[in-house]
Write a protein that binds this ligand. Structure first.
Ligand code: C2O
Ligand code: CU
Length: 548
């Protein structure tokens, strides 16, 4: 294992999209930002210089950071933000991850433009569990707002209403041919007939699950969230914000005598909710055969993408994800659990003085886990925990929903609409074997929630629609080859069960990766205590932690 280092300067840079030029936050002027490349087991140092003119933090999404919460990044959870003009050095410890991950800002909604791919190659002397691809193509799916993104969320929180929708989706920062003023920049992947390419797909969109496909080609899924899967071939994928997918693309279309040597790849929303508005546009990029005869006058064919409300297609796709479970990549699913935490996941409302807000009935929109709407504290929880500072957080995050009822029905006690606002976390003993069951509700609007846990990858042992049944549903768990993920899509009006071993001491955030929900309080954190041995204890804080 080796150590590499990177300098990341976060600063405003002008970018032109959708017929408009504006300054966006970037790293080193790049959008999407630089790719971090490492090998399994490496350490990567990233020196971040904040020239953004606002507070900022960065997070290494899906990297477990064993014993090292200090460099995890979520603002006010594991660190105070890096203030304008200041800098902070992150130490990223790669351990078991192998495949594609990503990094992003973890302050306000800065991640809309401050993000990039992380590629973790196999250790020296080992290789992929599939034939060596000819080349790799990172595909970062994102969203673009004509408005200033920080203002989009600030406005929404001020008015209590829904945030403004994005104006485009993007592939590698470009909206693509179907949007105004976008043709010249459309991302193009050049391929050679007969070769196989590894697509490293990241869903960096702020608020939308996406379908993605390439016309004329099938895709073979070989990994998700930096863990290998049993290969399966599909016409399209569904990917939630936060997730990554590794796909093999065989450039196998005829090139000789073909009228077309270009194919669109495209992404559009999967929107599980009824009556929740979403950006319904389609982003495209081009796959072009370099050894073909170019007939650039014909427009490339578009792929088939399921319609935005095609839950069957989304569900069937997700159900195909299974861990590879090979000799070199074994699974280690906790077969028994010490603790089961059931968490209801809801969008709620909060009363607004004089009903002057823009949410339902003049109230403000909110969101919660077990009806606690999370508030970020003013000092980070990690520091408060480490130095025993009182009054920053409570440890009363409930292990059960406040009310068991038909979660998919409409008839809720009135009180459930109004969550309690608090900074409540859950404390776990070192090495506890934990099961979390996320239970979606349709309190205000049923919707999929991509729940993301920092500090761990977890096995998704079960998913289903309707109400979780504590007796019956565990019988249908997959404890043999469930997928190992860091972000799980909790189905609309359904549930998802995950298992992990809490063998990583620290403070670890957990939240919905739809930023509008996270901003409304759909979050909590776990404090995992130190174990007895020196290898089971948190590393000491670096000397340069930013002050609040
Ligand atoms: Cu991808 Cu808490 O984040
Ligand atoms: Cu959500």
């Amino acid at each position: 294992a080796t150590t590499q280092d990177y300098d990341f300067v976060v600063k405003e840079t002008p970018y032109s999209r959708l017929c408009d030029t504006k300054k966006i936050l970037t790293v080193n002027g790049q959008f999407p930002g630089p790719t971090i490349e490492a090998r399994k087991g490496d350490t990567v140092i990233v020196r971040v210089y904040n020239h953004a003119g606002k507070n900022i933090t960065l997070h290494w999404h899906g990297v477990d950071q064993p014993r090292n919460p200090w460099s995890d990044g979520p603002e006010y959870i594991t660190q105070c933000p890096i203030q304008p003009g200041a800098n902070f050095t992150y130490t990223i410890l790669f351990s078991e991850e192998e495949g594609t991950l990503w990094w992003h800002a973890h302050s306000d909604w800065d991640r809309a433009t401050v993000h990039g791919a992380i590629i973790v190659y196999p250790r020296n002397g080992t290789t992929f569990p599939f034939p060596m691809p000819y080349k790799e193509i990172p595909i970062i799916l994102g969203e673009w707002w004509i408005a200033n993104v920080s203002e989009v969320i600030a406005d929404a929180l001020r008015t209590g209403g829904d945030p403004q929708l994005s104006d485009a989706y993007t592939i590698n920062g470009q909206p693509g041919d179907l949007y105004d003023c976008s043709k010249p920049g459309t991302f193009k992947a050049l391929v050679e007939h007969g070769k196989t390419y590894l697509l490293r797909v990241v869903n960096a969109a702020v608020n939308n699950e996406l379908f993605f496909a390439i016309a004329g080609h099938r895709l073979t899924v070989v990994g998700t969230d930096a863990s290998y899967t049993k290969p399966f071939t599909t016409d399209f994928i569904m990917i939630t914000p936060g997730q990554t997918m590794d796909l093999l693309l065989e450039a196998n279309q005829p090139v000789a005598n073909s009228t077309n040597n270009r194919y669109y790849m495209a992404a559009s929303a999967y929107s599980s909710a009824v009556n929740v508005a979403f950006d319904d546009t389609t982003t495209t990029a081009i796959v072009e055969y370099i050894n073909g005869t170019s007939t650039s006058s014909t427009s490339p064919p578009l792929p088939y993408l399921p319609s935005f409300d095609d839950t069957d297609s989304a569900t069937n796709f997700t159900a195909n994800l299974r861990s590879l479970a090979s000799k070199d990549h074994p699974v280690d699913v906790p077969q028994t659990i010490d603790e089961r935490i059931i968490i209801s996941v809801s969008v709620n409302v909060m009363l607004c003085p004089n009903r002057s807000c823009e949410g339902p009935n003049g109230n403000r929109l909110a969101a919660s886990l077990n009806n606690v709407s999370f508030i970020l504290p003013f000092i980070d929880i990690l520091d408060a925990y480490y130095r025993n500072i009182d009054g920053v957080y409570g440890t009363g995050f409930p292990s059960e929903p406040p009310f068991y009822f038909n979660f998919t029905g409409d008839n809720f006690p009135f009180s459930l609409f109004f969550p309690r606002s608090a900074t409540e976390v859950r404390v776990l003993d070192y090495n506890t074997s934990v099961e979390i069951v996320f239970q979606g509700t349709n309190l205000l609007a049923g919707e999929n929630h991509p729940m993301h846990l920092h500090g761990f990858r977890f096995y998704v042992v079960g998913r289903g629609f309707g109400n979780y049944d504590k007796e019956k549903d565990p019988e249908s768990y997959n404890l043999v080859d469930p997928p190992l993920e860091n972000t799980v899509g909790v189905p609309r009006n359904g549930w998802a069960a995950i298992r992990f071993r809490a063998a990583n001491p620290g403070v670890w955030f957990m939240h919905c990766h739809l930023d509008r929900h996270a901003s409304w309080g759909m979050a909590t954190a776990f404090i995992v205590k130190n174990g007895a041995s020196p290898q089971a204890r948190m590393l000491p804080p670096p000397s340069n932690m930013p002050p609040c």
